[in-house]
Ligand binder design. Structure first.
Ligand code: NAG
Ligand code: NAG
Ligand code: NAG
Ligand code: NAG
Ligand code: NAG
Ligand code: NAG
Length: 791
């Protein structure tokens, strides 16, 4: 399988290697690529001409019988994906457990099918540090009073820590189903009083500290939501708590709840009360990937770093709301109530109708929880599948990925709707290859392993091939949850916005209530900024490759509740509620295929530099707005996103430096961005002009004109390719040097949500204007480098 041998790579990547997979490109060295990419010598020009002459549109028009035109390619990519096939792939992937590193046969199946469809594929393995659940217990223990004899503990409630088996849903009765647990959680056996900590955000914990609620030595009971789960455990641990229990509150399910009269899954769309959200508690916003190999690939035999500060040291367990109820009720009468705090504690408290009062506690010494968590930690292979379509231009590469691993046997939404979608896209490209098509740019397809634990398969791969990706990768396209609702949702680097609008306007929506309406017509058009939480992270935030992530993964008011990371994210749920006839799977495959076609097969790279400049200007404006609000005590966040961001960070840091001086420095950034915008507008205009010329027929005897045009196209594309790289700062973000992008990163205290200008914004949040000024300098340099790149 893996092409890995122990001596191939050193951890610091001292030798520049070109991938993937390396043995396919033995003749290409970085120097050679650079020569082709950067040299403007006549030799390179002629070389370029010879290599790329095949993509001259003239040839396509004149030899249409041997090569698809771009329009023909688009039709083929719209016609080939099938709902039936997507359903078949969904059924395959969800018919057995495929936890990271546990299901080689699914990797082999994927490779074999991609091969069969004409895309040469292979398995790439990494040896990663990972945990698997061995045993667990959660019990509520009581004794009549604290003073009586220590033997008198009674089990008041023993959690089953199991999701109900449903006769209607075969996935739930698999005998080898995966226990409820947290990826990268610590083993431990703690017995202690407990405290309800709301969402477990930074501000929630601050509220508790201010109210003198004793936290040290206690177990935290937090509801899921808002911020990444690992950060809840992190803050509990920092405050001396000894364990964390996380439950799913139906209050966060929106409209579709039992309280509002909806039937429960499997009879209806409301959350099944026994559903449990598994998930990783790695400290994702610090660094993703194998926590023992930050910044280098987990090849066999590499040195490994200690994991302190990367994963929790206190045990944690996820539970269902039905099992949270007795625990929350045991707090009744103890400590303050949620309503004694601010409105963030009474939002979405969905268990009120079950009689839960959301008391804070702590529970008295004679009412305790026993939380026992036994995890097997091991170093074991994980298997990425990598498939390649060689393009004409080998140093312009488009990468397309989906992860394959799931927390459960099912995973029909997360991630295997995406797996079904990418398979249908690949099968469609296979058909194109059959008819003699060859893309301009090389396309790499990836089926990542280990995403769920911490984006491991993709992060290790990017760390291994960084030198090559830096030279060659033009765009990364991610599909994680391909479909879980009819609501299209996307996040993207701004240079890719236009691409998303263009493609969604071409694909018909399965919803034909209004005849002829496209996905674009029904989409609200909102493109989120790149945060973290899926496999684009290493590409965007570490390697500086413009990335996008999309799928029908949005939520509308009346969408059926999606049982995230639960046994009920099953084929049955998908076929009954998520996407009954797999029509949205088909549509998503069309969207993915057309997106890949557009970035890999149009002469000019489908990137828009102006949109980047416009976005940057907006981000600075947002910071100016933030500055005026950061000191005002009556600031009230309004949107859900603002609330999450506001509640995720410390409230009253000590002022350092001069806010006025900092405020003025923002004008400097705006000036640099204005210059960037001028350069961007020029570059986009040049690109438009070249695109038109590329469409014109140039007779063969005007080969010099043609070679010149090709050279100009190439030079323009190289500029686009390098823009995003300019925003990498090698020193990395404060306290998390793995994150190198100065514009995009996950919020340090939110984990998922994208923070823009993270270094700057975190400094402002900390009221550290000395450091904020430092970040203005760093960002200003990046903007100027980007401007030079465009010229
Ligand atoms: C792609 O190119 C590499 C290197 O040039 C070559 O080794 C490989 O066989 C090619 N793959 C296909 C499917 O043509
Ligand atoms: C891997 O997944 C397949 C279904 O996709 C399943 O049949 C098989 O039992 C799984 N293997 C393991 C080792 O769990
Ligand atoms: C956990 O610790 C308790 C004592 O605190 C002990 O009674 C129990 O046996 C331990 N559980 C396991 C599984 O070791
Ligand atoms: C918390 O304790 C401190 C010191 O013991 C006291 O000054 C303060 O009033 C207490 N706050 C609350 C909300 O009880
Ligand atoms: C279907 O399209 C109609 C008309 O545009 C729209 O009102 C409705 O909300 C759509 N339904 C879904 C599930 O997208
Ligand atoms: C780039 O985006 C700008 C602003 O959105 C737009 O005016 C321009 O036409 C776009 N150019 C290309 C080549 O897409």
């Amino acid at each position: 399988m893996g092409k890995t041998t122990a001596n191939e790579t050193t951890p610091l990547i001292t030798t520049v290697t070109v991938g993937p997979p390396r043995r396919r490109y033995p003749h290409q060295t970085l120097r050679r690529l650079c020569t082709i990419a950067l040299s403007s010598s006549l030799v390179a020009l002629l070389l370029t001409f010879l290599v790329t002459v095949v993509f001259a549109p003239a040839r396509r028009h004149h030899h249409a019988e041997s090569r698809l035109t771009y329009e023909e390619l688009q039709s083929l990519l719209l016609d080939t994906p099938s709902a039936e096939k997507a359903s078949e792939w969904s059924k395959y992937y969800t018919s057995g457990p495929h936890l990271a590193g546990k299901n080689l046969s699914q990797a082999e199946w994927t490779r074999d099918h991609w091969d069969e469809w004409g895309i040469e594929s292979e398995i790439v393995a990494y040896d990663t540090y990972i945990n698997y659940p061995r045993d667990h217990r959660l019990a509520l223990l009581e004794k009549p009073n604290a003073a009586s004899n220590p033997e008198a503990w009674k089990v008041a409630f023993e959690a089953t820590l199991k999701e109900d088996v449903l006769p209607e849903d075969p996935t739930t009765s698999l005998t080898d189903s995966i226990p409820v647990f947290h990826g990268y959680s610590a083993s431990g056996n703690v017995t202690a009083p407990f405290v309800y900590v709301n969402y477990g955000t930074y501000a929630d914990f601050e509220d508790l500290v201010k109210a003198n609620v004793s936290l040290e030595g206690k177990i935290a009971i937090a509801r899921y939501g808002g911020i990444f789960r690992g950060l809840k455990v992190k803050r509990a641990q920092e405050l001396g708590m000894v364990g964390t229990v996380l439950f799913s509150d139906p209050g966060d399910d929106g409209e579709v709840t039992e309280e509002n009269g909806y039937e429960l899954y499997p009879d209806g769309p409301a959350r099944n009360p026994s559903s449990v959200q598994r998930g990783s508690v790695q400290f994702l916003s610090v660094a993703p990937g194998d926590p023992t190999t930050p910044g280098y690939p987990s090849k066999p035999g590499v040195p490994r770093m200690p994991v302190d500060g990367a994963i929790p040291s206190i045990p944690s367990l996820p539970i269902s709301y039905v099992e949270a109820i007795p625990i929350l009720k045991a707090l009744h009468g103890y400590g303050p109530k949620a309503e004694d705090f601010n409105e963030y504690w009474t939002r979405n408290t969905g268990l009120g109708y079950k009689g839960v009062k959301y008391n804070i506690g702590p529970s008295p010494d004679n009412v305790v929880l026993n939380l026992y968590n036994d995890q097997e930690y091991t170093i074991t292979p994980q298997w990425d599948v990598i498939g390649i379509i060689n393009g004409t231009i080998s140093d312009e590469v488009v990468i397309v990925g989906n992860h394959r691993d799931a927390w459960i046997a099912g995973g029909a939404g997360d991630p295997n709707s995406g797996s079904a979608v990418i398979n249908e896209a690949i099968r469609s490209f296979g058909k194109a290859l059959e008819s003699g098509w060859k893309p301009l740019r090389t396309i790499v397809f990836a089926s990542w392993d280990g995403e769920e634990y911490g984006l491991i398969g993709s992060t290790e791969w990017v760390e291994e091939y960084l030198p090559w990706l830096t030279v060659a990768n033009v765009v990364y396209i991610n599909v994680d949850v391909g479909v879980r609702s009819p609501v299209f949702d996307a996040s993207a680097a701004p240079m890719l916005n236009k691409l998303l609008y263009d493609v969604t306007a071409m694909v018909p929506s399965p919803n034909q209530t209004v005849k002829g309406q496209t996905v674009g017509d029904l989409w609200n058009g909102h493109i989120r900024t790149m945060g973290s939480g899926s496999d684009f992270t290493a590409f965007q935030d570490y390697a500086g490759i413009p990335s996008l992530d999309f799928g029908f993964g949005g939520q509308s008011k009346d969408s059926p509740v999606y049982h995230y990371h639960s046994n009920y994210d099953s084929y049955h749920w998908m076929a009954e509620f998520g996407d009954p006839d797999f029509a949205y799977h088909r549509t998503m495959a069309q969207i993915l295929a057309l997106t890949v076609a557009k970035v890999s097969d149009t002469p000019l790279l489908a990137l828009n530099a102006t949109d980047y400049a416009v976005a940057l200007k907006g981000y600075v404006a947002k910071i100016e707005g933030k500055l005026s609000s950061v000191d005002s005590s009556d600031y009230k966040p309004s949107s859900d996103d603002e609330i999450i961001e506001f509640r995720a960070r410390p409230a009253d840091p000590v002022l350092q430096g001069d806010p006025e001086a900092f405020s003025l420095s923002l004008a400097r950034l705006q000036k640099s961005i204005a210059e960037l915008k001028d350069a961007a507008v020029n570059l986009d205009a040049k690109s438009d002009e070249l695109a038109e010329k590329a469409n014109e027929h140039i007779p063969w005897w005007k080969w010099i004109t043609k070679a010149k045009l090709l050279h100009e196209i190439r030079a323009t594309n190289t500029k686009y390719k390098n823009i995003e790289r300019a925003f990498l700062y090698q020193g990395g973000l404060d306290g998390r040097p793995w994150f190198k992008h100065v514009v995009f990163a996950p919020g340090i205290w939110t984990g998922y949500a994208g923070a823009v200008f993270p270094g700057l914004v975190e400094s402002i949040d900390n009221k550290d204007y000395v450091n904020a000024l430092r970040w203005v300098d760093i960002i200003d340099d990046c903007i100027k480098t980007a401007t030079e790149t465009m010229k």
